[in-house]
Design a protein. Structure first.
Lengths: 652, 184
């Protein structure tokens, strides 16, 4: 690490004196802006100030062109003609790095000027001449002053369509006030079955992404593509998949092949998993440790106060035998409440009410302390869980994501599970939340409203609190005789290597009591003509295994899981045959159609190719006809989000 | 009149500028031009760019001074305005820079860089300039300007804890950057 001493030398570096001419120009510009602001301030004078502003924009742009900046001119003159020809050629190149709109205006048509021209322009503007008039003198004096460089400059100027040169892709272009730390990821690519027939991933029952998207849309902003994890959006909704009959098999999977609403030549392979719902009466005792971030950054109405209300609701849901402890962290970690029976509700509620924000965030010490308390009140055969509530700032102690990950991996072995509840926005460390939850046998949820707190901690309490299986991995092998290409929708951050499937040491997601998990593949049936990848000229991987490939199977789905307290994994295998297929979308169940609509919406928000021609209105139709009973109004809310996105996203 | 202006405090000048006194505004900007230029230079490390940024800041001040309510110190606000302008400038300038760099004329055009390659402090600054924006801003304010974490937090519009975190991350990354530079 570079230490403070070294960094403090930064102050000693010599800053060159500002150029007197530059200073004078800047002061003149400041005065002009001030005067302009004055004249247009309260009265809102109609057209003239607008034109002046345009002239300003023009002028500023000129000033920012490095080519034209005064000292650069000297360098340019010295450039050999060959160099300039090269530059000219570069200008012609359609280098489009996919930048912002403003950058795609052609350079031509804007007058290219030199320093003195800009000064002239400043004068022009100070005299409040309309922009159109200002354009001409600028261009003229540009030509005049740079007479000896005329040939080159004019060539650059005269070219009618100099190619757009947007900012390169690595230029950070964040929304200005958003400091949420997110892990970027690429959309899963299309795979050719002949080359890569096996797809492996860990299940994901997190729901944080949906809440995040909802909050963003309700604030009138389309969510950043990196915040949209399609699988988390799909899994946010409760679905009525067929569950297992007995606790012995923790879950049941249903695979359905159906037409794709956004592409008539492909199909969707819909894998629906439903966890066994443990009846309330037989639910094991719970030992919960609330680890609450009370750092200064939590001092916002949608953070600590919301969190307090959320935990109050959860306490109301607990059985008398369950225990609760509270650890806070801010500056240093402290135990607010030693393990206390839920029957002593008043004491717990009083402890929650006393929390006040302040200080920085000693996340690591907090986590250690919480695990210690969880172990001290450990309930054998029960639920032992740390519930971490934070806005994601961990900056004292082991702040490195990797170190924290190792700490949590170690603690996981003690049998204590971890859930992460994210609060607030603008500072949220989504990446950290994901890392913690994924490595701590836990789930991550993002809580933005009291209603969401109610869903996560009360409605879904049993699935949030009681795991029925852990390290659940899915591996699908596609049959090249039936399927030529496939693509997994979502789960980008949950991909596993093919060999990890059989490696019990590799951690994966957990499933709670009554949880439903859905994964959807878009598959291209062989011979459908919808292939995106050309077949190989020099042969393909051969499929010669005694005729199995000829069976009427689309794919073979394998699911591996461990019981919550087990170390050895178990395997469930299901072939996907023609019997799993439904001929039309209408023949699929309402829940299946709804989950497909959510998948389409997620992909739409990520601006993916697959759904480029599938409009928001089509998503609305699909979801609207599949609303079902919707007792909590989640699906109605989804419909309103689609409408919001549609209105915000006029261009797509 | 001039004498009077040069003795007036920032607060008085701001009050008068908000009331429409152009001279007071001019005096205010002149007084702080060097401050803005210094910060801009530390941020970008090139004289011409620093001058462009400083000018842009002056223009923004001209537009915004009447709406300035003076919640904190004027210099804190200046930090924020300058860093915003610097960031915008970097974004706009990126296309030219990328093009120039690609064709090796970068050295000629950007040759006004004042840094002497042998100077370890300049090398450290160059590393700071390679940090992600937020970290670069935090380090520039805290170490370049000697601002406290609280002041930097106010200027950057984030919590103090976030500034501390950025500094922490920056130190880690700087170490890696300096090691890299040492190997070359």
């Amino acid at each position: 690490m570079v230490d403070d001493d070294e960094l403090s030398r930064l102050r000693k570096s010599i800053v060159p004196e500002p150029d007197a001419g530059a200073k004078a120009r800047a002061l003149r510009a400041a005065m002009a802006a001030y005067d302009e602001n004055l004249s247009s301030a309260p009265q809102g004078a109609a057209s003239r100030p607008r034109l002046i502003r345009r002239a300003y924009a023009l002028w500023r742009e000129i000033m920012q062109k490095k080519l034209i900046a005064a000292p650069a001119i000297a360098g340019l003159v010295a450039l050999p003609v060959a160099g300039f020809t090269a530059l000219y050629l570069v200008n012609q190149q359609p280098f489009d790095f996919g930048g912002e709109g403003a950058a795609t205006e052609p350079l031509a048509g804007k007058p290219v000027a030199v320093e003195s021209a800009a000064t002239d322009a400043a004068d022009t503007i100070r005299h409040e001449e309309p922009a159109q008039a200002a354009r001409v003198p600028m261009a003229e004096s540009a030509a005049g002053v740079s007479r000896n460089r005329e040939a080159f400059t004019q060539k650059l100027m005269a070219e009618p369509s100099i190619a757009p040169m947007p900012a390169p892709a690595d230029m950070p272009m964040p929304k200005s006030e958003n400091r949420d730390r997110l892990e970027g990821f690429e959309t899963n690519p299309i795979h050719a079955v002949a080359e890569d027939p096996v797809s492996t991933f860990s299940i994901d029952v997190d729901t944080a992404s949906y809440s995040f998207v909802r909050r963003s849309l309700k604030e009138g902003v389309l969510p950043d593509a990196d915040t949209v994890r399609v699988e988390e959006m799909i899994n946010y909704f409760p679905y009525d998949w067929k569950g297992p009959d007995a606790a012995a098999t923790p879950f049941n999977s249903t695979v359905t092949v159906m037409p794709t609403p956004w592409n008539e030549r492909t199909r969707l392979m819909h894998v629906a998993i439903k966890g066994y719902a443990v009846p309330t009466a037989t639910q094991p005792k719970a030992n919960l440790v609330f680890l609450i971030d009370v750092s200064g950054s939590m001092d916002a109405p949608d953070k600590l106060p919301l969190l307090q209300s959320a935990f109050r609701m959860l306490v109301g849901k607990l059985k008398a035998d369950d225990t609760v402890s509270i650890v806070t962290y801010a500056g240093e970690a402290g135990v607010v409440l030693e393990p206390t029976k839920a029957s002593d509700k008043d004491r717990i509620l009083r402890a929650i009410d006393t929390l006040v924000p302040g200080g920085s965030t000693a996340g690591e010490a907090g986590i250690r302390e919480a695990y210690r308390l969880a172990r001290s009140a450990f309930v054998k055969d029960g639920v032992n869980r740390v519930m971490l509530a934070t806005d994601g700032d961990f900056n004292v102690g082991q702040s490195d994501d990797a170190d924290l990950k190792r700490l949590i991996e170690k603690e996981r072995k003690s049998g204590v599970f971890l859930s992460v509840l994210g609060f607030g926005r603008g500072n949220l460390n989504d990446r950290m939340m994901q890392a913690i939850a994924q490595n701590g046998n836990g789930t991550a949820a993002y809580i933005d409203t009291l209603a969401e707190a109610e869903k996560v901690l009360v409605e879904d309490a049993s699935s949030t609190l009681f795991p029925i299986a852990k390290d659940v991995k899915i591996q699908v092998e596609f049959n090249p005789a039936k399927v030529s290409e496939y693509r997994l929708i979502g789960y980008e951050t949950r991909g596993l290597a093919r060999e990890d499937f059989n490696n019990d040491r590799v951690d994966a997601g957990e499933i709670g009591s009554g949880h439903s998990v859905t994964a959807i593949y878009e598959i291209t049936p062989k011979g459908s003509g919808a292939e995106r990848i050309d077949s190989l000229r020099y042969g393909e991987a051969s499929v010669d295994n005694g005729g199995v490939a000829n069976a009427d199977e689309y794919a073979f789905v394998k699911i591996r899981y461990k019981l919550p307290d087990g170390d050895a994994s178990r395997l469930i295998e299901t072939p996907v045959t023609g019997e799993n297929e439904v001929a039309s979308l209408d023949a699929a169940s309402a829940d299946q159609r709804f989950s497909v609509a959510v998948a389409a919406f997620g992909q739409k928000l990520r601006d993916e190719d697959a759904t480029a021609t599938f409009g928001y209105d089509a998503i609305l139709d699909l979801a609207g006809s599949a609303r079902g009973a919707d007792p909590f109004g989640y699906r109605a809310e989804f419909l309103s989000l689609v409408r919001l996105a549609s209105a915000l996203d006029g261009a797509r | 009149m001039m004498l009077e202006d040069s003795e007036a405090s920032d607060g008085e000048l701001i009050q008068r500028a908000r009331g429409g006194d152009g001279q007071a505004f001019g005096r205010l900007v002149e007084r702080h031009y060097a401050f803005v230029h210094r910060l801009a230079y530390r941020w970008c490390g090139r004289k011409a760019d620093a001058e462009d940024i400083a000018q842009e800041v002056c223009i923004r001040l001209g537009r915004a001074i009447r709406g300035y309510r003076g919640g904190g110190a004027f210099t804190t606000w200046l930090y924020a305005v300058t860093l915003n302008a610097a960031r915008d400038h970097a974004r706009k300038g990126a296309r030219e820079t990328a093009r120039m760099a690609a064709y090796g004329v970068h050295a000629l055009v950007a040759g006004q860089a004042e840094d002497e390659p042998g100077d370890p402090v300049e090398a450290l600054w160059e590393a700071v300039r390679q940090l992600p924006d937020r970290q670069r801003e935090a380090v520039t304010l805290v170490y370049g300007e000697g601002a406290s974490h609280a002041l930097a937090a106010e200027a950057l519009g984030v919590s103090e804890a976030t500034v501390s975190w950025h500094i922490h991350e920056a130190k880690k990354r700087l170490k890696a950057l300096m090691r890299q530079a040492g190997e070359v």
